[in-house]
Write a protein that binds this ligand. Structure first.
Ligand code: NAD
Length: 299
């Protein structure tokens, strides 16, 4: 059984991104720049933003934080995004989700310049992903595929069950797996699927992004399958200094006895997502300067 350490693979990717950033700064006398918009006081949102900004610092990406009170209006948010679109120093724009319920997330995302959309959430970048191309691919799906590649886990001709159909994980990961360079057969389950185990037990690879701790148990999966647990839920835990622990969507203890490889939570998909954000920021910064392949920076 292989523990798929996203943490380890992400560290390798981040070291390479750091080299790219150094070369970028030498060539352009400025660092790639990521602008982050954070709204309200959602503790996990703030934690994610802090993690991303710390990594930017380590890697050599300038990060700028724009914070808004949860009473911010839709117009104030879209105006901010528009001004960041115009800001020549900004290469990437990230709006930390979720936004407060009165704000229309897709209306805010839609105004991001697709060339600066490092999360890959705009309709233009999602559309390109679906058509089998595009430069800025959303970070979690991209990170999942990179993790499978890093451990030489083939997806071609495999049956993959994706649980969850969100725009940020389920749909794009399913679309990527379906492309002609991946050639997987994809089943997608969601909250209206009658008996998820009917699909998981047929799958060579199960990818779970539902936000339901313990949803997938060992008796639902095929012997020797690969399990990718995207879920992150905060569970109150008074024995922890933070007051909570993180739980995935997979019942790790039962799944681990059946599968051939599995991601831990934390330390699996999470670090890969952040590594892909860093990489996408460099890709966007290069593209804005006419460089279509960042590796060129190293030549
Ligand atoms: P979401 O709430 O937008 O979507 C959840 C999806 O799961 C929905 O499509 C829903 O139909 C499906 N679902 C819910 N309960 C189900 C059930 N019992 N059976 C089958 N399907 C069910 O969530 P999201 O934004 O895609 O995130 C999902 C989880 O992944 C969350 O825990 C989130 O925190 C985590 N996440 C982790 C990362 C990472 O980097 N590790 C990134 C994004 C999201």
């Amino acid at each position: 059984m292989i523990l798929l350490s996203g943490k380890q693979i992400a560290e390798q990717i981040n070291r390479h991104t750091e080299l790219l950033c150094r070369a970028f700064s030498e060539r352009f006398s400025s660092k790639p720049c990521l602008a982050v918009i954070l709204v309200g006081e959602n503790p996990s949102g703030r934690t994610y933003v802090n993690t991303k900004r710390k990594l930017c610092d380590l890697i050599g990406i300038e990060s700028r934080l724009y914070e808004f009170d949860s009473s911010v209006t839709q117009k104030q948010l879209t105006d901010k995004v528009k001004s960041l679109n115009e800001d020549r120093c900004v290469d990437g724009i990230l709006v930390q989700l979720p936004l407060p319920s009165h704000a229309d997330e897709s209306a805010v995302i839609d105004v991001i310049d697709p060339g600066k959309d490092v999360d890959g959430f705009t309709p233009q970048n999602m559309g390109k992903l679906l058509l089998g191309g595009g430069r800025l691919i959303s970070c979690t799906p991209k990170g999942i595929l990179r993790l499978l590649d890093a451990y030489d886990i083939p997806v071609q001709s495999k049956s993959v069950c994706v649980i969850g159909r969100s725009n940020i994980v389920g749909k794009p990961v399913a679309a990527l797996l379906l492309q002609k360079d991946r050639n997987a057969t994809v089943m997608i389950c969601h909250s209206f699927t009658d008996d998820v185990s009917r699909y998981t037990e047929k799958a060579d690879i199960v990818i779970v992004a539902a936000g339901c701790p313990g949803l997938v148990t060992g008796n639902m999966i095929k012997e020797g399958s690969v399990v990718i647990d995207v879920g992150i839920t905060r569970i109150p835990d008074s024995t922890k200094k933070s007051g909570f622990r993180l739980a995935g969507d997979v019942d790790f203890d039962s799944a681990v006895r059946k599968c051939s490889a599995i991601t831990p939570v934390p330390g699996g998909v999470g670090p890969m997502t952040v590594a892909m954000l860093m990489e996408n920021t460099v890709i966007a910064a290069c593209a804005r300067r006419g460089i279509t392949d960042c590796e060129e920076l190293l030549h």
